[in-house]
Design a protein around this ligand. Structure first.
Ligand code: ATP
Ligand code: MG
Length: 273
């Protein structure tokens, strides 16, 4: 059984029943189906407005779709009983793009990372602190960072705190919505490396949402491409992606610049090889 199954999900934000009947022009998601296996990363590529974050929210249980189902470990996340829903919330975590707005500026790193532990685990103060320190260390920070506030961290460091919070409860699936997009290239590469390590160490699965082809290929086992709310293509390898003749994929490929200006007019895909 797949860890996550998305079955024929459609969604539109316009809920006015009067206009709901035949007009599909405002549909943000059209009949989306795919699955994610345990321990794997599905990269979800798409241009701005394609519906990626909406799909992420549907999977996280934040946005009930108008049609279709989301099954997590076989349970329908919108129709499960209370106990199952609480277990699913624990196993499904998220890291957003903007590391600063994802945290309460008045909380220390220790409190930020402790929050999920307080909600789900009964730990003594000493156990909690030990757990938070080991989480900080796991994401490349340390005990000295416990008492720091968000404004005392760089964007990359704060994203590490967000990742520590997301893995605190040893979840099964993390939705990473443009989680590295606002970081500089070097920091981006380091965070991607960290995410790959954590995936292997904890057997995590990811839905890696991005508009960045290079980032998607560096971490994903499979790639799906969302275009105007439709899952237009799926790939198991980089090769398949680069051979695709789909006009939307061609546009995406053409938008990648080669690393050196000299190569840009001849081979636009060379930056990925
Ligand atoms: N809460 C909302 N209410 C109404 N419309 C919304 C809402 N959230 C998103 N939309 C619309 O749904 C469409 C898809 O938005 P979404 O945020 O899912 O795209 P995205 O692929 O994540 O884009 P980006 O790459 O810019 O983050 C857009 O047209 C957007 O305006
Ligand atoms: Mg988005």
């Amino acid at each position: 059984m797949s860890l996550l199954q998305v079955i024929e999900v459609s969604h539109s934000y316009n809920s006015k029943k009067l206009f709901k009947s035949k007009d599909t022009s405002n549909k943000v998601l059209h009949n989306i189906s795919f699955s994610i296996e345990e321990g794997t990363c599905l990269g979800l590529l798409g241009t701005s407005g394609a519906g990626k974050s909406t799909l992420g929210k549907v999977i996280l249980g934040i946005q009930r779709p108008q049609q279709g189902q989301v099954l997590f470990q076989g349970y329908d996340i919108y129709n499960a009983d209370k106990i199952t829903k609480s277990k699913i919330r624990r196993d499904l975590q998220v890291v957003f793009q903007d590391s600063y707005s994802s945290v309460n500026p008045r909380m220390t790193a220790e409190r930020i990372i402790s929050e999920p532990l307080e909600n789900y685990e009964k730990l003594t103060l000493i156990e909690k602190r030990k757990t938070v320190i080991s989480l900080l260390e796991r994401v490349g920070l340390n005990e000295k960072d416990l008492k720091k506030y968000p404004n005392q961290f760089s964007g990359g460091q704060l994203q590490r705190i967000n990742i520590a919070r997301a893995i605190a409860l040893k979840p099964k699936l993390i939705v990473l919505d443009e989680s590295v997009s606002s970081l500089d290239m070097v920091t981006q590469a380091l965070i991607l490396e960290l995410l790959s390590e954590l995936k292997d160490d904890f057997g995590l699965s990811y839905l890696f949402i991005t508009h960045d082809i290079k980032a998607a290929f560096s971490i994903s086992d499979k790639i799906g491409v969302l275009e105007k709310g439709e899952l237009i293509e799926r790939y198991d390898s980089k090769d398949q992606f680069f051979k695709s003749q789909h006009p939307a994929i061609k546009r995406m490929r053409d938008s990648i610049l080669a690393e050196h200006p000299r190569d840009r007019s001849i081979n636009r895909n060379s930056s990925l090889t």
